[in-house]
Each structure stands twice: as C-alpha cells, then as structure tokens.
Design a protein around this ligand. Structure first.
Ligand code: IMP
Ligand code: MG
Length: 189
C-alpha cells in the first residue's frame, strides 16, 4: 500500500498509467463479462457504486450494461494505515438495506488494502443476497489487494498512488480523464 502525499505537501502529476482510450476500450468488455456472469433475473439486479471514487467508472460501466437494474449509492469513509480488516472503514449514512434475494454488484474505484471491499462484502452478505460480486476499475498488485476477493477487475497496476477518472488526492484530480501517478513534491520522478 503506497501512502499518498500528506494533504499539506505539494504534489505533482506524473505519467499516465491508464489512458482514457484504454479505459474506454475496456468498459464494454468488462460490462459484457459482468452481465454474462451475474445470471438472469427479472427485477432483482442492484448495483452499488461506492462514493465518491467510483462515480465516473460506474457511470461509464452501466451504459454498457443493457439490462434492467437499480442503482443505489453507498458512501464509506476509510482510514488508511489501520492494521486489521474492517476497523478502518465505516459507512457514512445508511448502507443499502434491502438486498435479500437480489443480485448485488458493488463497484469501487480501486482495490488497495482491501478493507473497503471486505467490509462491504461482509455487511451485504449478511442480508443474504441471491448473488454477490464486486468490480473495481483498478487493482494494485500487492498481496493485500490480490488476496481480497474481487470478481471483476479492469486493470492491474503497480503499487503507486494514482489519481484521475474518479480517484482523488485530498478531494482533487477526480476529473482527469486518464489515471495518472501523483508524486509528492521532491519525491521520485
Ligand atoms: P482499500 O484500501 O482497498 O480499502 O481502498 C480504499 C479507498 O482508498 C479506495 O476506494 C480509494 O478511494 C482510496 N485509494 C486507495 N489507493 C488509492 C490511490 O492510489 N489513489 C487514490 N485513492 C486511493
Ligand atoms: Mg479516495
């Protein structure tokens, strides 16, 4: 897990890790894979994008999924650097509470420590959904992330702090069309 620069530190944008073109090309593939594997059902598919980071990924993904679905946002706050699972994550506001018997897909921006997805999986499985899966745009190739169950992954990336396409540093950079490295000022090039 690479820690971001402290909010007080100045940071600068580095190289493009995943271009907007690569993201655009991957969306229909990922969407098809998800639709095929989530199974059929008339009226029971619920997508849960995790705010705020997943808002652009989810918006692009759902437009490649020509099936009936409901979309319910979940907001969680994570505290980086905590040692054990779940303790670093808490919901902000109510989580979706009507998932019993439904097919549920949680959508997040990036899989890093895995705390967020492990927390949501545990909370949502307790509601006994008919199916449960998670999708992330990015997964860091570190043991914690690779060891966290996640059914759909857009791209595997190195352990670097990245921003853009929904991902932020200190609330900023979410609007960048590409995923890029963010370096602390004075740090590595
Ligand atoms: P987790 O560590 O897998 O629980 O990831 C939690 C959250 O940390 C993600 O949803 C992101 O909001 C944030 N995060 C983790 N790595 C990065 C990064 O490289 N850039 C920006 N945000 C990140
Ligand atoms: Mg974030």
């Amino acid at each position: 897990m690479t820690h971001p620069p402290s909010p007080a530190a100045r940071a600068r944008l580095g190289r493009v890790v995943i271009s907007s073109e690569r993201i655009a090309a991957r969306m229909p593939e990922l969407a098809r894979q998800i639709v095929e594997s989530m199974g059929d059902g008339d009226d029971d598919l619920v997508l849960v994008p995790v705010m705020t980071g997943a808002f652009i990924f989810a918006a692009d993904l759902v437009r490649h999924m020509p099936v009936r679905m409901r979309i319910t946002l979940a907001t969680v706050s994570s505290y980086p650097g905590t040692a054990t699972s779940s303790q670093g994550v808490r919901p902000l506001g109510d989580l979706p509470g009507d998932l019993s018997g439904r097919r549920v897909l949680v959508i997040d921006d990036i899989l890093d420590s895995g705390n967020t997805l492990r927390f949501l999986r545990e909370r949502f499985l307790a509601q006994r959904p008919a199916r449960f899966a998670t999708a992330v745009l990015l997964r860091k190739t570190i043991p914690a992330a690779l060891g966290t169950p996640c059914e759909f992954v857009g791209f595997d990336i190195e352990d670097e702090f990245v921003v853009g396409y929904g991902l932020d540093f200190d609330g900023c950079y979410r609007n960048l069309p590409d995923v890029r490295v963010l370096h602390p000022e004075g740090g590595a090039p």
